[in-house]
Design a protein around this ligand. Sequence first.
Ligand SMILES: *Cc1c(COP(=O)(O)O)cnc(C)c1O
Length: 402
Amino acid sequence: MSKSKSPVSKPTQLISAGRDKKYTHGVVNPPVQRASTVLFDTVAEKTQATINRANKALFYGRRGTQTHFAFQDAMVELEGGFGCALYPCGTAAISNAILSFVEAGDHILMVDTCYEPTRDFCNTMLKRLGVETTYYAPTIGEEISELIQPNTKILFLESPGSVTMEVQNVPLLAEIAHNNDMIVMLDNTWSAGLHFSPFDYGVDISIQAATKYIVGHSDVMLGTAIATEAYWEQLRENSYLMGQCISPDDAYLGLRGIRTLDLRLKQHQQSSLAVAKWLQARPEVDHVRHPALETCPGHEYFARDFTGGNGLFSFVMKSQNSKATTALLDGMELFGMGYSWGGYESLILANEPRSFNSLRTVANPNFTGTLFRIHTGLENVDDLIKDLENGFARYNAVLNAQ
Ligand SMILES: *Cc1c(COP(=O)(O)O)cnc(C)c1O
């Protein structure tokens, strides 16, 4: 098999991504190459490896082995950009990407709907290092200009937003940021890099919790950050200095996940839409926050910029009753209760309205009812709906008994 010369679609590209013969040595998948020490036969070989140590030459385990290089290449084929840095989890990818580009006295703009540990990182570590954070509403447009200071270094986006799912106007915000010499970073976990092409919309560094859909099987923690050529060296070298590296076994599993990414997302999306539409018709539900539906804030940007969705969305109930919520959750048979998402299995979590008082500082959605977040897994969708239907019956039984 030689590398395809004619242009092919993304799903086809993901089948061969990273499978260069220099990594695979003639079998389908690259071997899991475990290494700390790399041995050199001659001084000349060692010198050559040192020169190319940041350019996929085997040098020392922390710089990666052929398994890592294959995964990095595949991630760049998936999302675009120039180079991909690997981290032991998504949170490490976020904190290292930010730390690689700030210094004391800098200021960053962070979306109010960011992943909770991202907010905690800004409020504790960045603050201690003398870097100030201003939160902005995910729905912001041109008004972002008013928040930019002479020392504002980074615009950080996460679209759709954590838990409340607001889709951002990425190209508009990126353009304004670039006009002010800022670096644009995006937590691109939700799109898995497949359904939103960050570098076509002005993003400089695209970050993923590969723990989610890239790995896809809830069995590995993994983070990635892909930079354009302009920012690659600084990201790579600073992350390296902070000791960021992953095991080849984890890189292998990330690479394996990429092969079925398109197929899995198609099913997650189809099932989640069916569940979301079923929920929309339920009298207990106030509204559904699924980016592919008009009731989701920023749906117009999803429709404009994304090529597809997945299994993760939220819905808000008309009422708030913790006993009824507990009855619903405790009896679920197919939807598991637990953090994370992106695996093959369905998950459900609840957020009471008051929890947003601490999770949001400028964009509190002020729900009156409980928000449930669902990850629609790969089970048969009729079974999933039945599980939810039974959950709603338990919910109503508690409400009616009071
Ligand atoms: C899970 C998640 C992260 C963090 O990833 P970990 O691998 O769990 O550290 C970051 N951003 C988003 C949007 C996530 O969902």
